[in-house]
Design a protein around this ligand. Structure first.
Ligand code: ADP
Ligand code: MG
Length: 291
């Protein structure tokens, strides 16, 4: 590639809402055999809603207020949904004394003398919570493709929230068009297997890795490289940064976190996953011109 053609290609891409932070990504995209997408906030709106509130033990509104207070310390899209649910009910939130995010798991917090765990089954397992009471609500939510958020209060299973995150309308088109260009498509998610598979099935994605920790996303990228060749990874979150950095071409959704954008080679400025296809097309045209 001549520097001039790279410059022209980069400029054309920018006009179409695709920012190449590194010129060699324009070339790198030509080698990509498989594109792996993060799910939450990338293929889905990332604007999830609380659809179910299931109390196992305690007062519903007091628990929801406490959980919303804890989530006010988190940047995860799930946290915003829970805060909104509490706001809709007009609940006033208690003061949180301590809160610590556990990446890929959820949050550990203290409100006065009360300890709270808010997150997924992995978090509960890690903290040795007796999880029997969670099982029936989990099953019901999984059947509907919803993401469960589990709450333990003072070490006891207390509440399950069901979260639903709509698929972005443009995701289906993005995946179909990548397939049409002979590129394989995978999905890598920290979400539960059943919630992830529900989205993948809907979108026609054939390979799904679910319940993956942030470090695991980079490992998945390495495994895909081994199996298929060069890998593009598309993500939005802090938890996607290792995968974005280790992919042959890291592509951040522009509506995502700064950490993701900084780890990426390419940024989709509008936040539309279909812009991935634009990136490939500009790359193909630019590289085609100079061969
Ligand atoms: P994703 O690939 O879905 O963007 P993350 O690695 O950010 O995943 O999170 C993985 C899982 O950890 C989430 O699906 C959720 O179950 C749990 N989790 C993470 N942060 C929170 C939070 N603030 N509140 C509740 N659950 C959380
Ligand atoms: Mg995400």
């Amino acid at each position: 590639a001549t520097p001039t053609s790279i410059m022209v290609g980069t400029g054309r891409a920018a006009e179409l809402g695709v920012l190449f932070r590194k010129g060699d990504a324009l070339q790198g995209l030509q080698e990509v055999k498989v594109v792996a997408f993060d799910k939450t906030g990338t293929l889905t709106e990332g604007r999830p809603d609380v659809t179910d509130v299931l109390v196992l033990q305690g007062d519903e509104n007091a628990l929801l207020a406490a959980v919303a207070a804890v989530e006010s310390k988190s940047e995860h899209p799930i946290a915003r949904a829970i805060e909104r649910a509490a706001e809709t009910r007009g609940l006033s939130l208690p003061e949180v004394d301590k809160a610590r995010a556990v990446a890929g798991h959820g949050i550990k917090a203290e409100i006065g003398a009360v300890s709270l765990l808010v997150g997924n089954m992995r978090l509960m397992a890690r903290e040795n919570i007796v999880t029997g009471a969670f099982e029936a609500p989990l099953e019901a939510l999984a059947d509907q493709g919803r993401t469960p958020v589990l709450v333990a209060r003072d070490g006891v299973a207390a509440m399950v929230l069901g979260i639903s995150d709509p698929i972005r309308p443009a995701s289906r088109k993005a995946i179909a068009e990548l397939h049409a260009r002979g590129i394989k498509v995978a999905m890598v998610s920290g979400d539960t297997r059943r919630a992830a598979e529900a989205v993948a099935r809907d979108l026609g994605i054939d390979h799904v890795e679910a319940e993956v920790l942030p470090k695991g996303k980079a490992k998945t990228v390495a495994a895909l490289k081994e199996r298929h060749g060069a890998v593009g990874f598309v993500g939005d979150g802090i938890n996607d940064a290792p995968a974005l950095a280790s992919a042959d071409v890291g592509i951040a959704v522009g509506t995502g976190t700064d950490v993701a954008i900084e780890a990426a080679d390419v940024v989709l400025m509008g936040g539309d996953p279909a812009a991935v296809v634009t990136a490939f097309d500009v790359s193909r045209r630019t590289m085609g011109n100079i061969r």
